[in-house]
Design a protein around this ligand. Structure first.
Ligand SMILES: *Cc1c(COP(=O)(O)O)cnc(C)c1O
Length: 378
């Protein structure tokens, strides 16, 4: 069976990158590999829309998130985090793991944080050193207004750190213009590669704070990363194969142009939303902050969402994601990122309809599929 993967990480691998991953390995302390690092950094700076340093980390996305926390904050330092989903929650957990004190702004799942709330907290507590936010909250399919939050944070001494692990390269993230001091991403989402490589951009403001932190750190010490960055190197053995694969992904992204990619993913997202509406199913994310990275759709009452996702995967070869946390079994998340195209989405919706029908939900045949096709053909 021809299988497709429409989860918000990992994502399907780009053909050119897969070919690169299959090449014989080369040593990392060589001019040949250095040329790859150079091209990857330049390509990432294009996607990040930044002139800042970008550090390559060998870990999954959470490792890079942890690196920002343990480098920026010292024990007892105060921070703001936003809890509107599984990944926003992770920022608070990471702060606590390093004895920092997060003020958690709770947001209903499906909604985005109001930048004014962040302003109020920063005003009330000038000791806050860092504001941790999420570009695309993968558990809900909500996109935050990073530009507005960046404006608020830039007026203070605090730094803004953006978890863009699932959002980067899929939706707009203007690191420099929006004053994002650190932006975290990883190889296995918008970059169409296996997990193993993560990236962190760092502004001058962030670097100052990193240098003044008294926290203990070793593998994730970004002072080592900065030194290596300046020498077009990495502090330890990097995920060599993935760096080489990244050269291919980034060439593909540059050839397409990020603006065109953003427009492509928006079309796919609109197709999914139209399909949900035509099937009389509710979207999880509020219209005001719905993301183009993935579409989270409520499973109708009486249908077991866990079983539905499993059947789509095991019987039909279409892998989507279910819900996390309290939404387990209640939603389906269809990702439209990386190499996902209209045909993948149509196949996914056909399968979704087939299994929904089998599980007892009634609707007009092909209603969702036709609604998506209408968007794609317009
Ligand atoms: C995938 C993801 C992460 C990182 O998860 P890992 O499993 O550590 O790669 C972090 N934040 C968001 C928003 C994500 O989607």
């Amino acid at each position: 069976m021809d299988t497709i993967l429409l989860t918000p990480g990992p994502t399907m691998i780009l053909d050119e990158a897969r070919e690169a991953l299959g090449r014989p390995i080369i040593h990392h302390r060589t001019p040949q590999f250095q040329a790859n690092i150079k091209e990857v950094i330049e390509g990432l700076q294009y996607v990040y829309q930044t002139k800042n340093d970008i550090y390559l980390m060998t870990c999954s996305g959470t490792g890079a998130m942890e690196a920002t926390v343990c480098n920026l904050l010292s024990p007892g330092d105060e921070a703001i985090t936003v809890n509107g989903g599984k990944f926003g929650e992770r920022w608070a957990e990471l702060c606590e793991a390093y004895d920092a004190k997060p003020t958690v702004i709770d947001v209903e799942w499906g909604q985005a944080v109001d930048p004014e709330k962040i302003r109020e907290h920063l005003k009330a507590n000038p000791k806050i050193k860092a504001v941790f936010v999420t570009l695309n909250e993968t558990s809900t399919g909500v996109v935050s207004d990073i530009e507005a939050i960046g404006k608020v944070v830039a007026e203070t001494d605090a730094v803004m750190i953006v978890d863009a692990v699932s959002g980067l390269g899929v939706v707009d993230c203007q690191t420099d213009k929006w004053k994002a001091d650190m932006v975290v991403s990883g190889s296995h989402k918008g970059f169409m590669l296996p997990p193993g490589l993560a990236f962190i951009s760092a502004s001058e403001k962030a670097i100052k704070l990193i240098n003044s932190s008294t926290n203990r750190r070793f593998y994730f010490d970004l002072r080592k990363s900065k030194k290596a960055f300046e020498a077009t190197d990495t502090p330890f053995t990097p995920a060599i194969g993935i760096v080489i694969g990244m050269v291919e992904s980034l060439r593909w992204m540059r050839e397409k142009g990020i603006e065109n990619l953003f427009a492509h993913y928006e079309r796919l997202a609109k197709g999914c939303r139209a399909a949900a509406k035509a099937l009389d199913l509710k979207l999880l994310a509020d219209e005001s902050c719905i993301s183009n990275v993935l579409t989270a759709i409520h499973i109708p009452e009486g249908v077991d969402g866990g079983k539905l996702v499993k059947t789509m995967r095991d019987t039909h070869g279409v892998t989507c994601a279910g819900g996390q946390g309290h939404l387990k079994g209640k939603i389906i998340r269809i990702a439209h990122m990386g190499i996902v195209n209209e045909d993948h989405i149509i196949r996914c919706l056909e399968t979704f309809e087939l299994v929904l029908k089998e599980m007892g939900y009634s609707f007009t045949d092909q209603a969702g599929v036709n609604a998506a096709k209408a968007v794609f053909n317009s």
